[in-house]
Design a protein around this ligand. Structure first.
Ligand code: C5P
Length: 225
């Protein structure tokens, strides 16, 4: 049969990345981090000197984007651009904003639709897709959908701790401001705005541990397997 598809959507910093990685690991499913794909488009554009609002340039870039996802031993996913592992480079604050900018361009969203569908469908047992519009646009017929949120403060705090742990020099206020900017642009864009699918299970993780969130999702998926 076809791969069992789990959609995990939500705003920046809700803990989607860690939770999705752990859920995929527990279920033995392939992880597809779609944010990493948008980030890689932003990185490739920036390297090629293509502006984030240059639809023609972005369209040409997408026609032959040498992007691959590779599952990492022990869970997680590496992103390769022309064979080069760019997993770290796509996580800087500048590329975060770039990803949000390119993701608002229809040419980019439609250009990446098939890629995301192909990656998920080629999974063996199942796939965990992490993003913003998986349950609403990419796979409206996903087998299990989750919408993960947390308060803006809690989300910015987590992102800040993550960046500091990686040795990035950032301030909390800057992280919160960048997050608000991205949230606004993700929710207000005309195509595929960030919103929960009607049939998504909503999880507010503000006062939950990541293990509690993972347990909740895994239990719900097992019920439907
Ligand atoms: O999840 P992550 O923070 O890595 O995503 C980076 C950016 O890519 C988001 O701010 C959002 O603008 C965009 N994105 C999107 N649709 C997705 C995944 C990410 O628009 N499915």
């Amino acid at each position: 049969g076809r791969a069992f598809l789990v959609a995990i959507d939500g705003p920046a910093g809700a803990g989607k990345s860690t939770v999705s990685r752990l859920v995929a690991e527990r279920l033995g499913f392939t992880l597809v981090d779609t944010g990493a794909i948008y980030r890689t488009v932003a990185l490739a554009a920036s390297r090629a000197g293509i502006a984030f609002d240059d639809d023609d340039g972005l369209g040409r870039l997408l026609e032959s984007l040498p992007l691959e996802l590779r599952q990492v031993q022990g869970g997680g996913q590496a992103v390769l651009l022309g064979g080069e592992d760019v997993s770290k480079e796509i996580r800087t604050p500048a590329i975060s904003l770039g990803a949000s900018a390119v993701s608002a361009r229809p040419v980019v969203r439609s250009g990446l639709l098939e890629l995301q569908r192909r990656l998920a469908r080629s999974a063996e047992a199942g796939a965990v897709l992490e993003g913003r519009d998986i349950g609403t646009v990419v796979f409206p017929d996903a087998d299990a959908k989750f919408f993960l949120t947390a308060s803006a403060e809690a989300r910015a705090r987590r992102r800040y701790d993550e960046l500091v742990a990686k040795g990035e020099k950032v301030g909390f206020d800057e992280v919160l401001a960048d997050q608000e900017k991205r949230d606004r642009s993700d929710m207000e864009r005309p195509i595929a705005p960030l919103r929960p699918a009607d049939d998504a299970v909503r999880i507010d993780s503000t006062s939950m541990s990541k293990d509690e969130v993972v347990d909740t999702i895994v239990a719900e998926v097992r019920r439907r397997l």
